[in-house]
Design a protein around this ligand. Structure first.
Ligand SMILES: NC(=O)C1=CN([C@@H]2O[C@H](COP(=O)(O)OP(=O)(O)OC[C@H]3O[C@@H](n4cnc5c(N)ncnc54)[C@H](O)[C@@H]3O)[C@@H](O)[C@H]2O)C=CC1
Ligand SMILES: O=C(O)[C@H]1O[C@H](OP(=O)(O)OP(=O)(O)OC[C@H]2O[C@@H](n3ccc(=O)[nH]c3=O)[C@H](O)[C@@H]2O)[C@H](O)[C@@H](O)[C@@H]1O
Length: 447
């Protein structure tokens, strides 16, 4: 009989994982503690924007016309425990308020809610990003709570999906990493991932701490690449060089690679920033803080980028205060193809200028509702054209395709001044300059 899978926590990661597991052919039960989210999912509605996810839900959610019926949702832990052979933990692990450390309360709560109902054999699989050592601790918690005793096991299987590509990354992962303590756990996870393994995804089997560390190491490396190129942008700026050319040229070296070398206002989102901070905090607890002091610099280079964008905008307005000046901001999400505004550099820049008295108007293709919720006092417009109307300067802060396809001549008709600052190095400078705009980007020559 095919495995039955539960997915606990149905946010960006969990909703995608649940739908993908159904797509792979399993019977799946998704669980969340937010009833409204579960109601939406039952109707086949995605609580966030993720390309391709709604189609996948419609293909599998039970009760929807033409669906396979393999995917159901609940808020009931007893039901989930009775249903599943494998239980994936996909709840959030945010940064603690006022600290660098990871807030484990949601993972702890998920595990302590599930374990007392586990009366038969089960594999609990952690997917959330956690500080190294958590899996060992949670295995002991489960052993103390699960009535089925040793028949219940824990494994750690970190997730590497990117928002905007979540469905593709889950169905065709570039690697699957599992931390296990028994052959039984490995065998079950090989069964869960049989399809991607057969299609060639490498399957890396290791211990708990290594599995946990692979995740934080990967995100730290990605953050390092971005801050490295942003540091180069600062030097290019001072020396009159062009960071985009520099990135292209170093990227031809296979050992360096071209990806993740786009200079700009830096990284944000619900993962990279909090993960490098939690990693530093955990290393400190382990007495290995010296090993990760470089991450403090990575973080501070990243945060500096936002301030530099604000300064660039100030210079573009003649160097004076923002008071009464009209600033259009294109983009609110932390990256394109997502509605996620968690720790978004774009909103941060918009917010800084607003707090300094600028009249900021923001437009984003998918992030407006979330942006309004987080920053209700900013001005919002229903289109890019509306946002730039009367603007003294236009800031391009999230590289949506829609913004690359804007017509600079059309926008030029409605702005007060044709000045665009490209915080993502993603627009074609020549297109804008030909239409009479002053184009500026960090680390690029001015003309
Ligand atoms: N968003 C992403 O692209 C990726 C996220 N991750 C990691 O996955 C984890 C989840 O991240 P997101 O999905 O972005 O977070 P999220 O905040 O979008 O979703 C978390 C979900 O868990 C639910 N939840 C909280 N406590 C619960 C409990 N006790 N029982 C059941 N449900 C509960 C929340 O209601 C929410 O729906 C984090 O550890 C994150 O670092 C890893 C790879 C990619
Ligand atoms: O742990 C996680 O949750 C995920 O975090 C990141 O994925 P994600 O946060 O979706 O976004 P990225 O594509 O990594 O972008 C992160 C930030 O870096 C910025 N970035 C990216 C690339 C670049 O060259 N320059 C740059 O500034 C983006 O604009 C964005 O703000 C990782 O890429 C995923 O592998 C990982 O699973």
């Amino acid at each position: 009989m095919s495995l039955r899978i539960t997915v606990i926590g149905t946010g960006y990661l969990g909703a995608t994982h649940a739908a993908a597991m159904a797509e792979l052919g399993f019977e799946v039960l998704g669980l969340d503690i937010v009833p409204e989210k579960i109601e939406m999912l039952r109707r086949g509605e995605v609580p966030m924007y993720e390309p391709g996810l709604e189609e996948l839900l419609h293909r599998h959610v039970a009760g929807l016309e033409g669906s396979t019926g393999r995917l159901r949702f609940t808020t009931d832990y007893a039901e989930a425990a009775a249903f599943g052979d494998v239980h994936f933990i996909c709840v959030n692990t945010p940064q603690k308020h006022g600290e660098y450390a990871c807030d484990m309360r949601y993972v702890d709560s998920a595990v302590t809610s599930l374990a007392p109902h586990l009366t038969g054999p089960a594999l609990v699989v952690g997917k959330s990003t956690v500080p190294v050592g958590s899996a060992d601790r949670l295995a002991r918690t489960i052993a103390g709570l699960a009535p089925a005793g040793e028949e219940v096991e824990l494994a750690w299987n970190p997730e590497f999906l990117r928002e905007g590509f979540a469905v593709q990354d889950t169905l065709h992962p570039d690697r699957i990493v599992v931390g296990v303590r028994s052959e039984r756990a490995e065998k079950l996870l090989r069964e869960v991932y049989a399809t991607p393994i057969a299609e060639g995804s490498p399957f890396v089997v290791t211990d708990f701490p290594t599995a946990e560390l692979v995740k934080t190491a990967a995100n730290s490396f990605l953050a390092t690449k971005i801050s490295f190129i942003n540091a180069m942008a600062e030097v290019c700026e001072a020396a009159g060089g062009d960071v985009a050319k520099l990135a292209e040229a170093i990227g031809y070296d296979d050992r360096i690679g071209r990806k993740f070398l786009r200079a700009g206002i830096g990284f944000g989102g619900g993962c990279l920033p909090k993960d490098i901070r939690a990693f530093m905090a955990r290393a400190g607890e382990l007495g290995a803080d010296q090993a990760l002091t470089f991450l403090r610099e990575i973080d501070s280079i990243n945060m500096r980028q936002r301030g530099q964008m604000v300064e660039l905008a100030r210079q573009a307005l003649g160097g004076g205060p923002f008071l009464g000046r009209r600033v259009a901001v294109l983009g609110a999400t932390f990256k394109p193809d997502s509605d996620d505004v968690r720790d978004s550099p774009a909103l941060n820049v918009a917010g800084q200028i607003h707090l300094q008295g600028g009249q900021v108007t923001v437009y984003d293709p998918k992030g407006m509702d979330n942006a309004r919720r987080v920053f209700p006092t900013l001005g919002y417009a229903e289109s890019a054209l509306e946002a730039v109307r009367g603007a003294d300067v236009v800031l391009h802060l999230t590289e949506w395709r829609e913004f690359r396809e804007l017509d600079p001549a059309e926008l030029g008709e409605v702005v007060a001044a044709r000045v665009i600052l490209d915080g993502r190095n993603a627009l074609d400078p020549e297109r804008w300059r030909r239409a009479g705009w002053t184009y500026r980007a960090m680390g690029r020559p001015t003309a």
